[in-house]
Design a protein around this ligand. Structure first.
Ligand SMILES: CC(C)(COP(=O)(O)OP(=O)(O)OC[C@H]1O[C@@H](n2cnc3c(N)ncnc32)[C@H](O)[C@@H]1OP(=O)(O)O)[C@@H](O)C(=O)NCCC(=O)NCCS
Length: 178
């Protein structure tokens, strides 16, 4: 398995991957929703605000992940992990964790300080995330599942509460995703 940075010419394959994976796991409607999200992310996010990776096997994209900038009111370098998908037949073999850990390493090298995500705590706790309250870091939109609000420090320093509003990229700035 080869991991590489996402490049724009991989957009069609990556959109298809996310649509298929989420259709398989969550149903067709969710597959379409996440397919649209990824379409919007890759088309409408400034290059400096977006970092994506793909995992390739025999030149085929079998997994992908996006990190984008989360503006924090205390000026720390914040990112959000969303979304990530591993091809249905490749799930449960460690690919997801490998991709997330490679992304974290890359964000650290870029000087990233805080990483948040929104998902299943039992999976994301395997790659360093802990559940946080909105007193620690406020979510940019209203959370329909507050127990899925997760974060980790990317620096040597532990997370400290951050007061004030946060802002995500435009593609994620829609209540239907939260
Ligand atoms: C969630 C996902 C990215 C994990 O990637 P993966 O390569 O299958 O997972 P890994 O093999 O690295 O890790 C497997 C571990 O995570 C757990 N796990 C895997 N998928 C999980 C899920 N959907 N929910 C909770 N735990 C999960 C497994 O129990 C396993 O734990 P174990 O190793 O202790 O048995 C992948 O299954 C996927 O794309 N799922 C569908 C889309 C999705 O839910 N994306 C995440 C939300 S943005």
């Amino acid at each position: 398995m080869l991991l590489e940075l996402f490049s724009a010419n991989q957009s069609p394959a990556v959109i298809q991957l996310f649509t298929e994976v989420f259709s398989d796991s969550e149903g067709k409607e969710e597959g379409q929703l996440i397919g649209h999200l990824v379409t919007d992310i890759v088309a409408n996010t400034k290059a400096e605000d977006l970092i994506g990776f793909v995992a390739l096997e025999d030149k085929e994209i079998v997994a992908s992940i996006f990190f984008s900038r989360l503006v924090l009111p205390n000026k720390q370098a914040g990112y959000i992990l969303s979304p990530v998908a591993v091809a249905t037949r490749q799930q449960g073999k460690g690919v997801g964790q490998k991709l997330i850990n490679a992304g974290i390493k890359h964000l650290r090298a870029l000087g990233g300080e805080v990483l948040v995500t929104y998902g299943d705590p039992s999976f994301y706790s395997k790659v360093g995330f802990s559940q946080i309250s909105q007193d620690m870091i406020k979510a940019p939109l209203v959370l329909s599942h507050p127990e899925g609000w997760l974060a980790q420090s990317l620096s040597e320093e532990p997370l400290v509460p951050i007061t004030g509003e946060t802002a995500c990229i435009e593609a994620l700035n829609h209540q239907k995703y939260w």
